[in-house]
Design a binder for this molecule. Sequence first.
Ligand code: ADP
Length: 274
Amino acid sequence: MATESLSGRGAARPTRALQAALSGRGAARPTRALERALTQPISRPSAQPLIELRGAGVTYPGQRSPALSPVDLAVRHGELVTLTGPSGSGKSTLLSLVGLLLRPTTGSYLLNGLEVTTLGDRDRTALRGRMIGRVFQRPQLLASRSVLDNVMLPVLYAGLRRPQRANAAAAALERVGMAHRTHALARELPAGEQQRVAIARAIAGNPSLLLCDDPTASLDDVAAAQVIRLLVSLHKGSTTVLVATRDQLAAAHSSRSLAVDPGGSGKFAGDFSQ
Ligand code: ADP
C-alpha cells in the first residue's frame, strides 16, 4: 500500500488525460469516467454518490489487524456526514482513504463515479488538489504570514495568477466570515478564528468535498460552535462535508452520523451504504 504525500508539492502534475479534463482543453482525450468525475455538476443533487466505498478496508504495513475493517459507505453530493467514535477506531484512516492519501488494501473506492483505487499517483494527486479540501485538528497556519497569504497557498497549485488567487482567497475569507482580518498576521488571531481561516484555505479552490479531522478538538465551546455552524453553512451551500468528531453539536446538525465500533476494533457499526 502506498502512502501519498500530503502537500503534493511538485508532484501534482497530472497525466495528459487528466490535464485535459482539468483544463477543459482537448489536448489528450480523458477517459469518460475521468471526465465525468471532474465535470459532474456538484451543485445539484445527483443519483450517483460523490463517495462510494465498496468493502474498502485498510491494514497498515506490518500490522496484523486492519485499522479500518472493510466498509460500505455511500455519501451523496451535498451531505454533511459525521463520523464519531473513540480514539484509535479508524476515523482518521477513513478520512485519509477518502482523501486519496491512502489506498484501500481491500475493496474499492469510487469518487464521483470514478474508480480511484487503481488510478496512478499523479492523477490521484491532481484529483485531490482539484476536488478535496482538508481541515485538521490544528489550523497549521504560517504564523508570521498574513491571513490572505495563508489562504492563497493551496490555490497556488491550481495554476492561477496572483490576482486570481487573491480573489479566490478573499471570496473564501468572506464565506467563513473572516474578511475583516484579511491583512492580520495569522499569529494575531485567536484559535477559533485561526481554524476558520484554515477552513477558508481548504475551500479556496472550491472543492466538492471537505474532509475535517476533529476540527474542534483544540477549541473552546464557543469557538467550536462557530466552526460547526460554519461547516453546516458550507454544507447548505452544497459542499459535501465529512467530519470526524467527538462534538455532539456536529453530529446533531449532520445529515447522518455514523458511529465507529466503541470497542475500537476499527469496525464501523451499522450499514453505511444508502
Ligand atoms: P482515530 O482517528 O479514530 O483515532 P486512526 O485511524 O488514527 O483512528 O487509527 C486507527 C488504528 O490504526 C489505530 O490502532 C492506530 O494506532 C493505527 N494506525 C494509525 N495510523 C497508523 C500508521 N501510519 N501505521 C500503523 N498503524 C496506524
